[in-house]
Design a protein around this ligand. Structure first.
Ligand code: ADE
Ligand code: ZN
Length: 334
């Protein structure tokens, strides 16, 4: 199974690029920029990654992002991620970035998007990995701040396929961002939103009804609401599930308790993703393998998860169908 997962063509749809910053690169970039990190060594950083909930992770994650100042920093971080997932047979990625984490420290929007985009272009040419970029608003900040960030993004609209919503969920419902998402859709952006990670099913309803989300990021708490599960199935709304993240942030005590298998059994379009792999102990293959083992998933279920992801991409149909065929050929050959 491990070998089958390793070789399987995959798409990643829920990945915060700032969450791919491994401690080694964090130190390297921090040193060259003269930004100090509140840890003495790489080992000390890794030891600090003992999280109790989403907020305890976010506090460390935002501190780590402080080392990123120059376009080359964003390029290097993105390129390191792409090389890792290339070795895991990931064929397409849709990457989140959090502009406010950087612009609020005085780093220009252009610096961030240009560095990330340049690495994605190189990956397309050199590694055969296609990609899309999604810009997330930080939900612990105001709706007005999200609107201001959207204005800053407009000159780079051609590089950004959609907008999303992340950061501290509980107490910051999707309804807080209705105006920003209305404006984003008017400008032609697709929409997604984190909902039902720590927050209640009601936040998933809001993401669908108020933000017109095309995909729900996480969404694992939907299983608490039968009517919601019916809707997600009928409308075939994809859920970008992140198994290792959910266990690391104590959404579930053990992988065996994760709702992923229940989502598949209910006929939902569930996918597997890594969220913040430098912090949660694994990239795509490790997430697939941990979920497969913890939930005793069959080979067919593993393939369904990979197929769902290709179907849920924001790709043009020709590339999407070519990737689906790659997957079919792989399964037929195996
Ligand atoms: N930002 C980075 N990872 C996140 C997650 N899992 N939930 C919310 N915001 C995030
Ligand atoms: Zn996330």
């Amino acid at each position: 199974m491990e070998q089958f997962i390793q070789g399987m063509p995959k798409a990643e749809l829920h990945l915060h690029i700032e969450g791919t910053l491994e401690p080694e690169l964090m130190f390297e970039i921090g040193e060259r920029n003269g930004v100090s990190i509140p840890f003495a060594s790489v080992d000390e950083v890794r030891k600090a990654y003992e999280f109790t909930d989403l907020q305890s992770f976010l506090d460390i994650y935002y501190a780590g992002a402080n080392v990123l100042l120059k376009e080359q920093d964003f390029y290097d971080m993105t390129w390191a991620y792409l090389q890792r997932v290339h070795a895991q047979n990931v064929r397409h990625v849709e990457i989140f970035f959090d502009p406010q984490t950087h612009t609020d420290r005085g780093v220009p929007f252009e610096t961030v998007i240009t560095g990330i985009h340049r690495a994605l272009e190189d990956a397309d040419r050199q590694l055969g990995i296609s990609s899309r970029i999604i810009m997330c608003f930080l939900r612990h900040l105001s709706g007005e701040a999200a609107l201001a960030t959207l204005e800053q993004a407009l000159p780079f609209k051609h590089l950004i396929v959609g907008v999303g919503l992340d950061s501290s969920e509980v107490g910051h419902p999707p309804s807080k961002f209705t105006a920003a998402f209305d404006r984003a859709r008017d400008e032609g952006f697709l929409t997604v939103a984190h909902a039902g990670e720590e927050g209640p099913p009601a936040y998933i309803w809001e993401a669908l009804d108020l933000l017109h989300a095309k995909r729900i990021d996480h969404g694992v708490r939907c299983v608490e609401d039968d009517e919601l599960v019916d809707r997600l199935r009928q409308e075939r709304i994809p859920l970008t599930v992140c198994p290792l993240s959910n266990v690391k942030l104590c959404v579930y005590d053990r992988m065996e308790d994760h709702s992923l298998k229940r989502l598949l059994d209910a006929g939902l379009c569930a996918t597997v993703n890594s969220d913040d792999p430098a912090y949660f102990g694994g990239y795509m293959n490790e997430n697939f393998l941990a979920a497969q083992r913890g939930l005793d998933l069959t080979r067919d279920e593993v393939v369904t998860l990979a197929r769902n992801a290709f179907e849920a991409t924001f790709l043009e149909p020709a590339r999407r169908d070519a990737l689906l065929k790659e997957l079919d050929d792989y399964v037929a050959a195996g």
